[in-house]
Design a binder for this molecule. Sequence first.
Ligand code: ZN
Length: 154
Amino acid sequence: MANIKESLCVHLDQLQGGETQEIEFNVSPEFLDVQENDGFLAKHPVQIEGQAYIAEDYLVLDFNIETAITLACALCNTEFELPVELHHFLHEEALKDIKKKKFNFSDVVREAIILEIPFYPLCGGKECLHRGEIEKYLKKENIEETHSPFADLE
Ligand SMILES: [Zn+2]
């Protein structure tokens, strides 16, 4: 899998003189090198499309990134798929920071995807699909423990 990661490169030599390089990759998500504490799983191919060019002293990447990541719902803990669709994700890298005229953008894509992880992931997107079941359970507990039906009568 190191080969995939290696292939996600822009060669500055090909961009000299104002050339634009078309980028098109559809690659296994293993290059994302997901760790346990990243908070997501990557099971789907990652599609990277766009352009790379040099503007002034910067390498500019203008990417569309599409994939889906697997998250656990913050409320019910069910695993669910979150589509990631980034359009015109821009990254600028100073040319002076690029070693050997070759820029590997695998980490740029990885960071872009990680930024899409919601702070509070919910299995239904904006809500938890199992919220009803969980609330029923919580309410039952509440009533039994803290609320007596006769308390209001006094
Ligand atoms: Zn849920």
